[in-house]
Every structure is written in C-alpha cells, then in structure tokens.
Design a protein around this ligand. Structure first.
Ligand code: GLT
Ligand code: MN
Ligand code: MN
Length: 389
C-alpha cells in the first residue's frame, strides 16, 4: 500500500541547497554540522523524496572559483541531477554574505557596489538558466539601513527599480524564459529592509518597465515577522496574478528570524495556507525555505525535510475533508446566502443604479443583530484539524 503522505514529483516540493545544507551557525554559536557538497545535498534531497533543488550562485559555485572550477562544479552537479531526477525550478543571487554588500547591493550608496551587484546577478542568471531555472528570486537581505541618516529611502527605491529594469531587459536580450519573483522581509539582517512586505512589493512591481515579468515570492516567516496574516498576503498576490513562487516555513510572531519546519508553530494558519493554494490550483513550486534545529545531525536534517513535506500533504488531505464536510459546508452555505434581492446594486457603477440604491431602505438594526455562527465554524475547523471529525 502506498502512503498517501509520501512526496511525489507532482507535489513540486523543493528545497534550497542552503536549507538542508544549513550547518547551524548562529550569531552566538559555531556550526554544529559538517558542510555537505552540493552533489551530496542533491542525493540527500532525492533520498527524502524532494522534486527539486534551488540555489544561490555561491551555494553552488564559490565566489572566488576560477572558470575551470566553475565548469567542473556545474558538470558534477548536472550529473547528480541526472542520476537522481531532481530538477532546478528556481535560482537566485547571493547579494548579502560578502562584505562588499554590507550596505546593500542594488541599493548601495556606492555605484561600484551597485554595478558589481548587477554583474554578479547577470552571471548568476546565466548559471540558473543553464541548469533549467524558470523563476529567479530577488531577496534584498542587505537592501536597507540601520540609520536613516545613511540613505535616501526614496532614492533607494529608484535604484532598486533601475536595477530590476536593467535585469529584465538583460533576460529579454538573452532570449531567456525566466520570470522574476521578489521576496520581501521587514528586517534581519538589516535594521530595516526596503519594501518590507509582499504588499509593498506588489505596489513596486506596477512601477517597473516589465511588470508582466515580475511577481512575488512571499515567505511565511517574513510576513509573520511583520505581524501580518500570511494567507491574506498570498491571496492578494494570487488575485493579482503575481504568485510566481512561495517560501514555506514557520515562525513564532515577535521572534527572531526562525525559519522553522513548515507547520512547526502555527498549524491553523498553515492549514488555511495549504487549503488556499490547493483550492485555487496554484501550480508553482512548494519551496521549503527553512532549516533543521541546531540540535540536529544529518538524520535530523532528513527528519526536518520529510516533516515539511509530510505536514503539507496531511494539511492538503485535511483541506479536502474540510471542503467535503457536510456540517461545515452547510454553515458556509448559510453564511454566503444571497436571495438575489441586491443584484440590481452589484457590479459596475451607473447613474441609474446609484439613484435606485439611494431610494432603497435597509433594516440596519436587523443587519446588526444577525448572528453569523463563525464560532461554530471555527470550532469545527479546530476539531477537524485535531482529528476528532
Ligand atoms: C536567505 C533568506 C531567505 C531567502 C533566500 C533567497 S536566502 O536564507 O533568509 O528568505 O529566500 O535569497
Ligand atoms: Mn527567511
Ligand atoms: Mn525565503
């Protein structure tokens, strides 16, 4: 019998090299795990049943590699992909680790740093495309400030725009089949990062030269760090046709950047997220941007990776149950009831419609007195999640 919670390629579960490859360094402690090579990480991901692997340029090719070293590394990586059947759906640039980027990359005050960041990104785009990536992520980890004395925040947005415009033109010029996904985060590693939320990214995208090529890569932990409802951010991106990618993990509100296993903290919001993605038919990668606890060895890293995928699939099954639960569905029907009497006032504005609406009378008190049964609906949801329905 096959386990219904076993990951399969059609689930599109992906991990970054930097996720299962995280060696457990933190600001207070040294690494706790020996680094594995990209080839070893591909095999680890294949063993746990992932579909794809994503990377930053320097997760794969060290920043100081010679062209000959680059070619050897890429050759060996491609061979590991062939052996395991793993694919590379997404790639990105590391514009945050090197000291050159200490004051940002695309928004740095130094024009040489900005130019170097563009050059590094063009090379990294070439690398990603060579390995099959169709989505290119921009996470501006260092694009920000500690003090607003240092940068003109409006000027920084202009620099950001100029850089993304330059790079979309580069992609067009090369004839690449590649879309960009911008990833917001409110803070860490900078005191404040520009364009701190998915909503801010969505507004920024509309100001670009090629908005059709650019969408978002929302991350659970990043919206939660900002105290926001992740499902709402994802829904807005989806509704705008901009959900090009998603970073799944978990995070307690009000804490440091935790990058926990998907579903490790807030199961209920994870449930509504999975339900949303499955209900609307999101077809992109389910990318887990998280890492194992620092307490773990590589067996624990595999437990972490398997746990992310298994929790997603369990929640997917719970979403199916929720959608078929007669009591829940009956409540929803009541909640959404529409007797058609207001149809004349819906849809686009017209002067006649407005005049008719002005003449209508409403029983305001009755509207306010109606109970909505959301308590029952939520309790049914909780009981379903707790496995007693
Ligand atoms: C980094 C960050 C993530 C981004 C990655 C892409 S790297 O680990 O915390 O949220 O998605 O650059
Ligand atoms: Mn993160
Ligand atoms: Mn991320």
């Amino acid at each position: 019998m096959t386990d219904q919670y076993e990951p399969r390629p059609e689930h599109k579960f992906t991990f970054g090299l930097w996720t299962v490859g995280n060696i457990g360094r933190d600001p207070f402690g040294e690494p706790v795990r020996q680094p594995l090579s990209p080839v070893e990480l591909v095999h680890l991901l294949a063993e746990v049943g992932a579909y794809g692997v994503n990377f930053h340029d320097n997760d794969l090719v060290p920043i100081d590699a010679t062209p000959a070293e680059r070619d050897r590394i890429v050759r060996e990586f491609k061979q590991a992909l062939e052996e395991t059947g793993l694919v590379v759906p997404m790639a990105t640039t590391n514009l945050f680790t090197d000291p050159a980027f200490k004051d940002g990359a695309l928004t740095s005050n130094d024009p040489r740093v900005r130019a170097y960041a563009l050059q590094k990104t063009m090379n990294a785009i070439d690398l990603g495309v060579e390995l099959g990536a169709k989505v290119y992520v921009f996470w501006g980890g260092r694009e920000g400030t500690e003090t607003d004395a240092s940068k003109d925040p409006a000027g920084a947005i202009k620099r950001y725009r100029e850089a993304i415009n330059f790079l979309t033109e580069y992609v067009i010029d090369q004839g690449y089949d590649l879309r960009f996904a911008l990833e917001a985060k409110p803070n860490e590693p900078r005191g404040d990062i520009f364009l701190p939320t998915t909503g801010a990214m969505l507004a920024f995208i509309e100001t670009l030269d090629h908005p059709e090529m650019v969408g978002v890569n929302p991350e659970v932990a990043h919206e939660h760090m900002a105290g926001l409802n992740f499902v709402h951010a994802v829904a807005q991106a989806w509704e705008a046709g901009k959900l090009f990618h998603i970073d799944l993990n978990d995070q307690a509100f009000g804490r440091y950047d935790q990058d926990f296993r998907f579903g490790a903290v807030n199961l209920k919001s994870a449930f509504f997220l999975v339900k949303f993605l499955e209900d609307v038919g999101y077809e992109g990668s389910r990318h887990f941007d998280a890492h194992a606890y620092r307490t773990e060895d590589y067996e624990g890293v595999k437990d972490f990776a398997r746990g992310c995928m298994r929790t997603y699939l369990i929640l997917k099954e719970k979403a199916r149950q929720w959608n078929e639960d007669p009591e829940i569905q009956a409540l929803l029907e009541e909640i959404r009831a529409d007797d058609g009497s207001m149809a004349a006032y819906q849809g686009a504005y017209s002067a006649d419609k407005a005049a008719a609406l002005r003449a209508e009378t409403f029983d305001r008190v009755a509207l306010g007195q109606r109970g909505l049964a959301y308590e029952r609906l939520d309790q049914l949801t909780v009981e379903l999640l707790l496995g007693v329905r």
